[in-house]
Design a protein around this ligand. Structure first.
Ligand code: SF4
Length: 291
């Protein structure tokens, strides 16, 4: 729970606030950009909610915050925020909310589909929060879990125990040590099933993998995201822990695929028509080569 005594001075006066425990993951400013902003190395409230919809978004940010750094001085119905997750992004594709501090607030996604198509899956792991788990159950549970890389695995073992889901991850990011059931190797794309392709993208980490679903949704982990400031696709040079040149090479591999959605662990998500997304990808690669 956020502590009013530690309310950051950058917050505007009023009900909602961020305290000094904020780790600057940007989840709140991405979810409710009219309320929260990154003021430097932390986030704060720059405008208090004025409508019931804005209050709901602030409560969703409060629930999604990995460190419990968002608070309110007035009493609210917490279920307005809790019950909003998983949050629908497109047919059968949801943002889980409930981010985990161990993943530095990385976003994870739930995809629902029929058992005959392969069943529901998670991409990366949210916090194992009872409220979230209770909501995923009636949505069909979790059959598979796809881990993009070692930084965003959070509570994967608890989800495995609860739902019996098999996990998929690349060997070069420690999949065997973690006891993952399906271990990917090498750099060749791997067809998980008829709808899902795993594409190894070393760069951010050595064993980073992105997952392409229905040739439309690209779950990008920490490989690729949308930059709201530059209004184009971007990658993060400062956290290319393994190799920036390798990450550029991995990015070029993605030119072989069409997709409409970029759904990252960190950074903003984006939906565009495929030809426009491709143009942004080409622009991103050119930009990366100048970094
Ligand atoms: S979601 Fe929480 S930790 Fe992340 S930036 Fe906002 S207040 Fe900080």
């Amino acid at each position: 729970m956020a502590n009013l005594q530690h309310r950051l001075p950058e917050n505007v006066p009023g009900d909602f606030f961020v305290d000094s425990t904020c780790i600057d993951c940007d989840t709140c400013s991405q979810l409710a950009p009219k309320i929260f902003r990154d003021h430097g190395d932390q986030c704060s409230v720059y405008r208090q909610p004025e409508t019931s919809e804005e209050t709901k978004l602030a409560l969703m940010a409060l629930v999604a915050c990995p460190t419990g750094s968002i608070g309110a001085t007035r009493k609210h119905d917490a279920h307005l925020g809790i019950d909003a997750f998983p949050m629908r992004l497109a047919d059968g594709v949801y943002f889980c909310g409930f981010t985990s501090e161990s993943s530095f607030g990385g976003w994870s996604y739930l995809v629902t589909r029929s058992a005959s198509a392969g069943g529901n899956f998670l991409v990366d792991s949210p916090r194992f929060a009872t409220q979230l788990v209770k909501r995923i159950g009636p949505m069909g549970g979790i059959k598979r879990m796809f881990l993009t890389h070692k930084d965003d695995i959070a509570d994967h073992q608890l989800f495995r125990q609860k739902f019996g889901c098999d996990r998929t991850m690349h060997a070069a990011d420690g999949a065997r040590r973690l006891g993952v059931e399906q271990v990917l190797e090498g750099e060749e794309p791997f067809e998980v099933d008829a709808e899902l392709l795993a594409i190894p993208t070393p760069g951010h980490t050595r064993g980073h993998v992105v997952f392409l679903y229905r040739k439309k949704f690209l779950f990008t982990g920490d490989h690729l995201a949308w930059s709201p400031a530059r209004q184009t696709l971007t990658a993060f040079r400062s956290v290319a822990w393994y190799s920036w040149p390798e990450q550029i090479r991995s990015m070029e591999k993605l030119l072989s695929y069409d997709f409409e959605w970029v759904l990252p662990g960190h950074g903003d998500l984006r939906h565009l028509v495929a030809p426009l997304m491709r143009k942004h990808l080409e622009h991103c690669i050119a930009w990366m080569k100048t970094r």
